[in-house]
Design a protein around this ligand. Structure first.
Ligand code: DC
Length: 209
């Protein structure tokens, strides 16, 4: 069983993905962290050939063997990851890694191109959306030190880059269920998504390709 969750920055993909993975006992894979780890590698002066990103069994992200999971969510790496994500060699490397991890496993995977490129045959595809203002408000709350106006500006810059890049731009898959979360609590979004997954589990139905 594969569950793909896509959506723009700060749309709630991680909170939803973690909740679904826990509920169904699936492996949770945050692909954004992989792009962030590559951006960190470039920041440290490494070239792409010397950057090895992996995920361990606990879902932690390793950069050349070092667990960097806790230092990836900074404003600098928000923008850096979105920039490296436009590079074809980076996408090729990470898409392959993500497909290898998902192979033969029950997974919840979240990102930008999961339903379209990484797991095009996923059983459930969810695209989370919310206004830039709402996403900035949530992100600024989550990272207490951030100013709302700066957060909004950064989110809009990232949206523009993620949506307009030539390779695998952020787009809902044609068979994705789009959930608008502006006026919904996280609990409501989670129960809507659980209902979708349960429906698929019961019918054993595959998404038509
Ligand atoms: O989900 P996130 O904010 O941690 O992602 C960071 C950046 O990585 C995002 O702005 C674009 C890129 N990304 C991507 O291009 N494809 C993915 N599957 C996941 C993230």
């Amino acid at each position: 069983m594969q569950i793909a969750i896509d959506g723009p920055a700060a749309s709630g993909k991680t909170s939803l993905g973690r909740a679904l993975a826990q509920r169904f006992g699936f492996l949770f894979i945050e692909t954004g962290k992989m792009y962030r780890a590559v951006a960190l590698g470039f920041d440290r002066g490494l070239s792409i050939d010397n950057i090895h990103v992996t995920m361990n069994d606990a879902g932690r992200i390793l950069l050349n063997g070092e667990d960097v999971s806790d230092i990836l969510h900074t404003p600098k790496l928000d923008q850096g990851s979105s920039r490296v994500a436009t590079r074809p060699e980076v996408r090729q490397l990470l898409v392959r890694l993500q497909q290898e991890i998902a192979e033969g496993r029950d997974v919840v995977m979240e990102g930008r191109d999961i339903g379209t490129v990484v797991l095009p045959h996923a059983n459930v595809k969810i695209f989370l959306d919310a206004s830039a203002q709402e996403r900035a408000r949530r992100r600024a709350n989550e990272r207490h030190q951030l100013r709302l106006d700066e957060t909004l500006r950064d989110i809009i810059a990232r949206d523009t880059r993620d949506q307009t890049r030539t390779i695998a731009p952020l787009n809902p898959a044609s068979d994705a269920t789009i959930i608008h979360t502006d006026n919904k609590s996280l609990a409501e979004v989670i129960s809507e998504a659980i209902a979708l997954v349960e429906e698929r589990l019961h019918t054993g139905e595959q998404v038509a390709n």
